[in-house]
Design a protein around this ligand. Structure first.
Ligand code: DOR
Length: 434
């Protein structure tokens, strides 16, 4: 099957220019293909930009075990709509992905359900070192240095030292210091309202844990990725770290601050918590100056019924995969960043950080995971239109300019004219590691 995408403004790693891209059997086979190229399908992309598909390296898709919130089909339908062609999913499902057997079970489940490409982290526990050493079909190891949804906390220093010393896969971590969080909670009597969440999980909790994790990685010379940076202190600290360390920002830490609690309440209750306006500005600055390389969502759906419980019973997490690209394209429309920066943060950098084979750029030989976007299209996000099973968005009522209009996974169209085309089109992601 050959597909020719004609007259698109194509975002290449070295710039944006008009080109025609020829796809064959799921790969990009030619750039600047002649108009006379023979193809089974011709896509006229006049007026549109062609981007590599988004790679979201931090999502919680809830299957197995928590499928009343989300499952691999509903989540990947949302991905297709949002221009996300590959995802890396976290291990806090039920059962947890903390053994090679559980990892392989998840991969088998994904093969029959996922519309987009998939990879799954293996989670660390205080006692599963041998599993972490044997796992191969995974981007890396996830450590919760600080508890969040689920019970995957590894706080013991000796256990952490051994994970960093004895494993070879890259590691990423949720960094919020457990003893600081507990002391803060005790000091305010557990907390009364949603805004207290940011007092319990404060800036100190984040920077203490991030320093601790980076110290482990630097001493053991281990590749390490800091997930969801939320504070000015962390951004400042990360400016001085070695090239073993990479870091990322999430849309909720870029677009929400504690000032939004009165309007949104538990809808923006997240771990790490939402911080001050000054912190959001520092996280933006970290992205713009290259200190933070990746933008990923931390898509973490809970039902509205669960979210409406009073604090602290209300769970932390919000859904975002179907809006993340549009949220960032809207920033391009506002002049805050460039389209090439968005592609760097959401496509190129996650592929580089996790050594994803043949992904993250429009290059000959790379997978034909692509998204056509209309930078002029304005649309409003409504809960009723969301494809995530959780059925809501914290951006309900927000109008954004710049939207995905067609998504291709391995050359197959999975989203077009507002509709997702169901089918197990996703494939297991491969890793380019020694
Ligand atoms: O707010 C969060 N929710 N942060 C996490 O780290 C986990 C996530 C979830 O799985 O609900």
């Amino acid at each position: 099957m050959k597909t020719l995408i004609r007259d698109a403004q194509v975002v290449f790693p070295d710039g944006i220019r008009q080109s025609a891209i020829l796809l064959e059997d799921g790969r990009i086979v030619s750039i600047d293909a002649p108009d006379s190229s023979r193809a089974d399908e011709i896509i006229d992309a006049t007026g549109l930009h062609l981007l590599p598909g988004v790679i979201d390296d931090q999502v919680h898709f809830r299957e197995p075990g928590l499928t009343h919130k989300e499952d691999l089909l509903t989540a990947t339908r949302a991905c297709a709509k949002g221009g996300v062609t590959s995802f890396l999913e976290m291990p806090n499902t039920k059962p947890t992905t903390t053994s090679v057997a559980a990892l392989h079970d998840k991969l088998a489940l994904a093969a029959s359900k996922c519309i987009v490409n998939y990879g799954f982290y293996i989670g660390a526990t205080p006692g599963n070192l041998e599993e972490l050493k044997c796992a191969k079909r995974t981007p890396g190891i996830k450590i919760f240095i600080g508890s969040s949804t689920g019970d995957l906390l590894v706080d013991d220093q000796q256990a952490l030292e051994r994970i960093f010393a004895e494993t070879s896969l890259p590691i990423c971590a949720h960094c919020e210091d457990e003893s600081t969080v507990r002391a803060n909670a005790a000091a305010i009597g557990g907390g009364q309202d949603y805004a207290d969440h940011s007092r319990v999980r404060d800036n100190r909790a984040a920077i203490i844990a991030t320093r601790r994790a980076v110290d482990l990685a630097e001493r053991h010379r281990h590749r390490f990725h800091v997930l969801h940076v939320s504070t000015a202190e962390e951004v400042e600290f990360l400016r001085g770290t070695s090239n073993l360390i990479t870091a990322e920002a999430c849309p909720h830490h870029l677009f929400f601050s504690v000032d939004d609690y009165p309007r949104l309440g538990s809808l923006i209750q997240m771990n790490p918590s939402i911080k001050s306006l000054a912190d959001t500005q520092a996280v933006w600055q970290g992205l713009l100056d290259g200190t933070l390389e990746v933008v990923a969502t931390d898509h973490a759906p809970h039902t509205l019924e669960e979210k409406r419980q009073p604090y602290p019973k209300s769970p932390s997490g919000l859904p975002a995969v179907e809006n993340s690209l549009a949220l960032m394209l809207n920033q391009v429309a506002l002049g805050r960043c460039t389209l090439s920066q968005v592609v760097s943060w959401m496509c190129e950098a996650p592929a580089r950080v996790w050594s994803l084979k043949n992904k993250g750029a429009i290059r000959v030989g790379y997978d034909a995971d692509l998204v056509l976007v209309d930078l002029k299209r304005s649309e409003t996000i409504f809960n009723e239109n969301q494809l995530t099973k959780s059925g809501w968005s914290p951006w309900h009522g927000t109008t954004l300019t710049g939207w995905p209009v067609r998504t291709l996974v391995h050359g197959t169209t999975v989203f077009q004219s507002g509709r997702v085309i169901d089918g197990p089109t996703g494939r297991e992601i491969e890793y380019d590691r020694p």
